[in-house]
Design a protein around this ligand. Sequence first.
Ligand SMILES: *Cc1c(COP(=O)(O)O)cnc(C)c1O
Length: 367
Amino acid sequence: MVEYTSLKANYDLFSKEYEEAALRALRSGWYILGPELEKFEKDFAAYLGVKHCVGLNSGTDALILAVRALGIGPGDEVIVPAGTYIASVLGITENGADPVYVDSLPDTLLMDMDKVETAITERTKAIMTVHLYGQASNMTKLKEIAKKHNLPIIEDCAQCHGSAWEGKLTGTEGTISCFSYYPTKPLGALGDAGAVCTNDDELADKVTMLRNYGSRVKYHNESIGRNSRLDEVQAAALSVGLKHLDECNNIRIKIAGKYLEGIKNPKVQLPVTDPHATHVFHLFPVIVDDQEAFQKFLLDNGVKTAVHYPIPPFAAECYEGTKAGFPDGKALFPNAYRIATHEVSLPIYSGMTDADVDTVIEVVNKY
Ligand SMILES: *Cc1c(COP(=O)(O)O)cnc(C)c1O
């Protein structure tokens, strides 16, 4: 059986380093807001080439606190791709603001930047782009629109650590960027973790205050904050992961290259990378004629797959009857709807064997 993913295979590649780092943090007797976090924040900011990285407990909280730090709340609107994981939208709705969805492109599966400008209203307070599946979205076009309308850009970088648009790393061109270090992500902790990155001193300072109950000085709570801190053991693990980030990205890029070359089946649309972008293939999304039949055929032939994501946020149960829910979303956002109902992600992870890669190609071609 070819597994869809294996965190164990990835862990085994660097287990000695992970265990040393975890033990170092455990034995230090310092578990929250300590030297491991400080070191990782400094190193990740340096990796991107930005001024600030503020470590947080998850990518979801990174999105929530980025929106909050921008002063966005009830009555405000934030533009967001219709085709994304729900956490992008939770970042908006958890602040009482409303998402305004923009449809996806049918080839790169990313937000259609040509449709962003018509979505802007006088209530729009920010534009959020999501570099989904590992591919950088069109930052040239987005920056042009944002500048014209004087709007901040929020980048959801949960799936794209190390990818770039026109040579500039994702998470460096927007006003504030939100990273997830969920274990499966291109840079993953051994538990939940996330961060925001920015060149804006004030935004970094605000998120630092918000992650710690909304206080800068102990027991002086100036804002309604949260507890969103990134702990020392996870920060130590992330320092190991960061050292190997490019290496692991390259392993997946190589597997993707083999898929792109080896898979030849008219029923399977392979991922398209914009010539201005790089793709770190967090996922390998294909578009197929029949999602269910394709998944079943692959499983029957020993290949596990997944779907990202079967229910778009605009159709989520939790948003029914709210301004974030669109029962007619299928007609309003046809490309995002088609992706949700036709996308299948093939196995791709560091630690995947060459034999497994060959099996996937063979079985997909037989479909
Ligand atoms: C994983 C993910 C998130 C949420 O990150 P968590 O760390 O799981 O909270 C947000 N946006 C996208 C696109 C993601 O893939």
